[in-house]
Design a protein around this ligand. Structure first.
Ligand code: GAR
Length: 209
């Protein structure tokens, strides 16, 4: 089956959604390890509770980004993964890391990419007066938050929304989106072909929830 490693930095609610999805509806895949760059990340507790290997590797123990990423590669590769899912992993990854996992590295981002790459996406959507907002799953490439889109989910922005209220609704959406994309990959339906995200062999135009 598909061996999945999930990278986190914090709460891990998306990790929980992935764990729950595989438990509710078994697939030919399993999360074989969770790695956090922060030892205190609550997501590590979620992994342990689910009986999944929970590892932490602090970037502060390494002199530079490149040596941290090389150590991260060694940890991940020891788990022999087919798929690596970034789920609230709040570190920029080096081109060496990204290229090492080309075609098997997905990220979830809390905006309708290409809008609002980077941080503070909910606040930025509000400040721009957007009437919709959402989340995106994409393949990771060297361009930060710029890799080929896999699937997006949309929510309306309501009068009176705050960054917190938007974040909460985006989270609920994310918890449906990431299991969907994971399942497509496990089933061999989702692939990166010639730099394009393809579902069932066809380039993905605008898959949406
Ligand atoms: C999620 O909203 C995810 O989209 C975002 O962090 C949150 C993690 O929540 N990721 C990024 O901002 C990546 N730059 P979680 O720890 O509860 O899954």
């Amino acid at each position: 089956g598909c061996r999945i490693v999930v990278l986190i930095s914090g709460s891990g609610s998306n990790l929980q959604a992935l764990i729950d999805d595989l438990r509710t509806n078994p697939a030919d895949g399993a999360i074989v390890g969770v790695v956090s760059n922060r030892a205190e990340a609550y997501g590590l507790e979620r992994a342990r509770t689910a009986g999944i290997a929970a590892l932490s590797l602090s970037h502060r123990d390494y002199p530079d980004r490149d040596s941290f990423d090389q150590a991260l590669i060694r940890q991940i590769d020891a788990l022999n993964p087919d798929l690596i899912l970034l789920a609230g992993f709040m570190r920029i990854l080096t081109p060496d890391f990204v290229n090492h996992y080309a075609g098997r590295l997905l990220n979830i981002h809390p905006s309708l990419l290409p809008k609002y790459k980077g941080l503070h996406t909910h606040q930025r959507a509000l400040e721009a007066g957007d009437d919709e907002h959402g989340a995106t799953i994409h393949f990771v490439t060297e361009e930060l938050d710029g890799g080929p889109l896999v699937v997006q989910g949309r929510i309306p922005v309501e009068t009176g929304d705050t960054p917190e209220s938007l974040a909460e609704r985006v989270h609920r959406l994310e918890h449906r989106l990431y299991p969907l994309a994971m399942r497509w990959f496990i089933e061999g339906r989702l692939r990166l072909i010639d730099g394009r995200a393809c579902l069932d062999g066809e380039p993905i135009a605008a898959a949406g929830l």
